[in-house]
Design a protein around this ligand. Structure first.
Ligand SMILES: Cc1cc2nc3c(=O)[nH]c(=O)nc-3n(C[C@H](O)[C@H](O)[C@H](O)COP(=O)(O)O)c2cc1C
Length: 182
């Protein structure tokens, strides 16, 4: 198979399980496409092997990657990195695009960034309760638009998101250079 021999280290940071679900889908989907992939939670701080592309999964926290993903990203140097993230906002929103761009720029400081993929992920019910307590008119207060967005986020990540994540990561892996990461 054309893709065989591609190797990915899927590292994920996940607080409530959305990013973990996408990471697990990516690892098994890439395997089905002939890429060998191992999957490790960010807490284990995995050291990439020579030749492994790091596919780093994060959840969006205040318009950037969450702290654990950022700390792991900072530890990488001279690697080829692909990114995937989950967030409450719509994936085609400016917020999602800016968040992805920010993390791509951070990744590219000391590494080669092969691209990024973003999808929605259901929002922690505790956070929703907090939003409900914010008085109307203040930033993040609950309004109809926000309620609808949360309702949509609650359906994600779904099978279509995972299929899209696998396809995006396969494209990233196809961009890898065999000369790097050795
Ligand atoms: C403390 C906190 C901050 C968040 N900040 C953002 C944010 O800035 N933008 C956004 O779109 N979603 C934000 N979210 C929503 C999460 O990114 C989203 O629910 C994500 O899928 C959670 O992933 P996980 O289940 O892997 O932890 C935030 C969630 C929490 C709990």
């Amino acid at each position: 198979m054309e893709n065989s021999g591609g190797i990915a280290l899927v590292v994920y940071s996940s607080k409530t399980g959305n990013t973990r679900k996408v990471a697990e889908g990516i690892a098994s989907g890439l395997g089905e496409r002939g890429f060998s992939a191992r999957i490790v939670p960010v807490e284990d701080k995995p050291q990439p092997a020579g030749g492994e592309v790091v596919l780093l999964g994060f959840w969006v926290d205040k318009g950037s990657a969450d702290k654990k993903a950022l700390a792991y990203l900072k530890s990488l140097q001279g690697r080829q990195i692909g990114l995937f993230g989950t967030l409450g906002a719509y994936p085609d929103s400016d917020h999602a695009k800016k968040s992805a761009q920010k993390v791509e720029e951070l990744a590219a400081k000391k590494n080669t960034c092969l691209g990024s993929f973003m999808c929605q992920g259901k929002i922690d019910p505790k956070l929703i309760e907090m939003f409900k307590k914010i008085p109307a008119g203040f930033p993040h207060s609950m309004d109809e638009e926000r309620r609808k967005r949360h309702e949509e986020a609650a359906k994600h990540p779904n099978d279509a998101d995972i299929a899209a994540a696998v396809a995006a990561c396969a494209v990233m892996l196809e961009k890898r250079s065999p000369k790097e990461n050795s």
